[in-house]
Design a protein around this ligand. Structure first.
Ligand code: GTP
Ligand code: MG
Length: 447
């Protein structure tokens, strides 16, 4: 009985929160602001339940070297100085512990995992421990999907030939990946081709320019590309070399990311609707596809999901909450939040993804983690430190486009001119950044 009481009093609920979204989607700012609100609870209009108090907050030092520490204080400092955090180059994690006044016996421990969205494309590499299986999988994806088959045309023809030469093979594969980038296709794998481990993304250019500037692997000497069964048989030495590079990449890049994603108890999916509207329909399609791919991987029934289960014992039904979040809501006029257009667009874009995981509870939210604008009353204008023609970073009034009621059939970059702003966060670290709806997302993922 005594030990039961002791265990009961020590109960600790650990929730792994994975924040996902494409590069620039707002993941790092989201985690930074949420941690600030938990840390300085009571100071930032952050309300949990019916008057719930959060106390005894403490940061838990990370165990081991990986994932590296999420440098919350650096990011918070950047916001205070009026700068957004740098683009994330590697995965990182922040773990904290706190008490909620409505949970008498529990302490809640929460980890927040931040990673660059481009890595999602390496899911198949994580799933297959064998280079041969991965090759068959990728090549079958290429041949089954028209757009991929077109981008990979010269490559697929070359690997059907008798004699395969390593450098030519790799060059043709890089050209395939470059064509996929230019066609907004999400399956860019190995993902370091798009975003390398130093956080550099492929610069815009022609197929040849992109293909000659980026390696399809960790370095120029560590590249790999898929080969069909016959080519593997006819060129055993080449297949062996590719297999070695594949295994190194898998171990160094793909597995660490996916092992962490697989441990998620809650998934926060950030969608940057102003930038999708500003960027044109291609950007929207690309982002939606990435989201569907992510959920396809997580669906245990899918081919890849089954394989993930088999090879890596992933997705052990631990995931129980998915929060779809329309992030950066402060870039949209409050009228379009009140009339529910913003949340409506989010729902339309993500509903299919949500239904792919029927066993998981999904909800939709509107949120700005670092609310940096003010409405101008009576007109469709905002006041903020607009990041365009504003070297002095002053508050200025500017017009904001009206959100459409549904996603249009077609639109071009520039049809919806939403602009970025500089952050407006208190320099006093006791006071967390202003927010909209961050507390509701927290309430959902923490219960
Ligand atoms: N107005 C506004 N802009 C935001 C907010 N959060 C993020 N942003 C903008 O979005 C950009 C990217 O935010 P990050 O948090 O760095 O995005 P990320 O998803 O971590 O991006 P990667 O590190 O590239 O994967 C910032 O530089 C800001 O311009 C917000 O709450 N409000
Ligand atoms: Mg980031």
């Amino acid at each position: 009985m005594k030990s039961f009481m002791r265990n009961a009093l020590n109960l600790r609920q650990h929730n792994n929160v994975v924040v996902t979204g494409i590069a620039g989607g707002g993941k790092t700012v989201f985690i930074t602001s949420l941690v600030s609100h938990l840390m300085e609870f009571g100071q930032g209009h952050f309300h949990v339940g019916k008057g719930v108090d959060i106390t005894d907050f403490r940061e838990i030092p990370s165990r081991g070297d990986w994932p590296p520490y999420f440098t919350h204080s650096t990011f918070r400092e950047e916001l205070a100085r009026g700068r957004w955090p740098q683009k994330t180059m590697d995965c990182s994690q922040y773990t904290c512990q706190f008490r909620r006044s409505d949970w008498m016996l529990h302490t809640q421990r929460m980890s927040f995992f931040d990673f660059p969205g481009e890595r999602i494309a390496d899911a198949a590499i994580a799933a297959f421990n064998s280079y041969s299986q991965w090759s068959d999988h990728v090549l079958s994806h290429f041949s089954r999907h028209h757009d991929y088959a077109r981008a990979a045309g010269p490559y697929l023809e070359y690997i059907r030939g008798q004699k395969i030469e390593t450098q030519r093979l790799l060059a043709l594969y890089r050209e395939t990946l470059a064509r996929l980038i230019l066609a907004y296709k999400p399956l860019i794998t190995p993902s370091v081709f798009l975003l390398d481990q130093q956080g550099q993304t492929a610069a815009p250019g022609t197929v040849e320019e992109i293909a000659s500037s980026r390696p399809a692997g960790l370095t120029a000497g560590r590249q790999f590309a898929p080969l069909p069964e016959k080519a593997r048989r006819d060129n055993p030495e080449l297949a062996r070399k590719m297999s070695v590079e594949y295994r190194i990449y898998r171990k160094e890049v793909a597995l660490p990311v996916f092992e962490n994603i697989s441990q998620a108890g809650s998934l926060v999916v950030l969608v940057d609707i102003p930038s999708l509207l500003a960027g044109g329909v291609g950007r929207y399609n690309d982002n939606r596809q990435i989201l569907l791919d992510l959920f396809e991987i997580m669906r245990p029934r899918s081919d890849l999901g089954t394989l993930l289960l088999r090879y890596l014992k992933f997705w052990q039904k631990r995931l129980n909450r998915v929060a779809f979040v329309a992030a950066k809501a402060d870039l949209v006029h409050p009228m379009d939040i009140e009339n529910r257009r913003l949340i409506g667009l989010l729902r339309m874009m993500t509903e299919r993804a949500g239904k792919m995981l029927p066993q998981v509870k999904s909800e939709w939210f509107v949120c700005s983690a670092c609310h940096s604008t003010f409405p101008v009353s009576g007109v469709r204008r905002l006041k903020g430190k607009i990041a365009r023609d504003n070297p002095g970073r002053e508050f200025k009034e500017y017009s904001v486009p009206e959100l459409p009621v549904t996603w249009p059939e077609n639109w071009s970059a520039g049809d919806y001119p939403f602009f970025r702003v500089y952050p407006d966060a208190p320099e006093n670290y006791l006071i967390p950044p202003r927010h909209l709806g961050l507390d509701r997302v927290f309430e959902f993922i923490s219960s």
